[in-house]
Write a new protein. Structure first.
Length: 311
């Protein structure tokens, strides 16, 4: 299933993110690259409009959105997972990938972080969870590093197909070590009960493995340290579903027909505290081909990022 783990409290990085993306393998996607495809075209914008926002992401060829992306110039990140729902689900009028693309193309960080206005309650989509992050550069006296302050990261979800879109800021524990899957994650604000999605066996087990990986690898040792951390996090993402469920006391997940759907990509990203869009990544196709890449300074790099998001 789609699953992601992150921390926004690491002393060396503004963000560390590890994510699996499960998708229909036949759905075409463009590899990760630096582009402005999500910004309005010049002909559609007025003379007073903001310039296009460069984004590092893959692109869903079918619907034009994305499932994971980073805008280095604005400090915005978006990560999308689909909520598992019993068939048949009503056909959605719009692709969920547009939700992530819309966040990434918006100006920031000076724009107010009013997630409720960005994602109004009436939007009609198939079930989704969306993590949106607005990183900021420290003010004078705070240090010049990039960080994600409290209240600058939100979860957005409709709780299921065509549900009412709601959002909440990450709790303090989610800011330190968060997780998101195909379950429901928006319920459960600060001081409230944990939402059902956080209790899924793979989420519970993966959070523990992610915490252990962060504790075992030293940060700040340059590219070699980055790659060691990336390898440790890929190990978290490679944990067999049955083993993860057993470790958490639950039943193993069911498999899917390989010809129809499966794990489209594994992604690990790091964004350093100096403002660079550093990242280490391995992508894996259904056939087993893999690539590893790393880049800094907001540039694009070769390799694949992930399978396209479902409509």
């Amino acid at each position: 299933m789609c699953v992601a783990f992150w921390t926004l409290d690491d002393p060396a990085y503004a963000l560390i993110l590890a994510a699996n993306r499960d998708e229909f393998l036949a759905r075409p996607a463009l590899p990760a690259a630096l582009h402005t495809a999500f910004s309005p075209s010049p002909s559609a914008s007025s003379s007073s409009s903001s310039p296009p926002i460069p984004v590092i992401s893959g692109i869903d060829v079918q619907a034009g959105g994305t499932w994971l992306g980073l805008a280095p110039s604005t400090g915005r990140l978006a990560l999308l997972t689909n909520i598992t729902e019993p068939p048949p689900a009503p056909p959605p009028p719009a692709s969920r990938g547009a939700l992530a693309a819309h966040w990434l193309a918006a100006p920031g960080p000076d724009a107010a972080l009013d997630v409720g206005k960005v994602y109004p309650p009436g939007g009609a989509y198939a079930g989704f969870n969306l993590l949106v992050v607005q990183a900021r550069r420290g003010e004078a006296g705070e240090g010049a590093g990039v960080h994600v302050p409290a209240g600058a990261a939100h979860l957005v979800s409709n709780g299921g197909a065509h549900g009412r879109v709601a959002s909440r800021a990450l709790r303090a524990d989610e800011h330190a070590l968060g997780a998101m899957s195909n379950g429901i994650h928006v319920a459960g604000g600060e001081g409230g009960p944990a939402p059902a999605g956080e209790c899924w066996p793979k989420v519970v087990a993966g959070r523990a493995l992610f915490r252990a990986a962060l504790a075992d690898v030293a940060r700040g040792d340059g590219e070699q340290g980055d790659m060691q951390l990336a390898e440790a996090l890929f190990g978290v993402l490679r944990a067999p579903p049955g083993a993860a469920a057993a470790a958490a006391g639950g039943a193993p997940e069911r498999g899917v027909r390989a010809a129809a759907a499966g794990r489209a990509r594994r992604v690990v990203r790091d964004a350093d505290g100096d403002g660079g869009a550093g990242k280490a990544r391995r992508a894996r196709r259904a056939g087993g081909a893999r690539c590893v890449g790393r880049g800094r300074g907001g540039g694009a790099e070769g390799g694949e990022q992930g399978g396209a998001e479902g409509a």
